[in-house]
Ligand binder design. Sequence first.
Ligand SMILES: [Zn+2]
Length: 118
Amino acid sequence: MNADAARQRLEEERLRLSESLASLETDTEAQKDSLSELSTYDEHQADIGTETFEREKDLSIIESVRGELDAVDAAFARIEAGTYGSCEMCGKPIGDERLDAVPAARFCVEHQAELERT
Ligand SMILES: [Zn+2]
């Protein structure tokens, strides 16, 4: 994959992630508002438990989307450095097919699998 194609693919990824992050953050803001309303009523204790759980779940999704955005930024930096598309472990090409599916990929399939095992 050439640098221009990679940049374009990463821009798309960044846009997609930013949009989902924005909508997740709007959701959690809305939940926070309803949560503070609920907390003034004792009889809604059970609801608060459920809402807190939902909120924590959303927060962990937000964390992971933020992590993916960081990965996209790091991929842009690797394009500039000329190391984009090479596995950071073995230096072998990651492969266009994989880069198209995961444009911010840092490792070849083999090393990604190895990292996920540990
Ligand atoms: Zn590798």
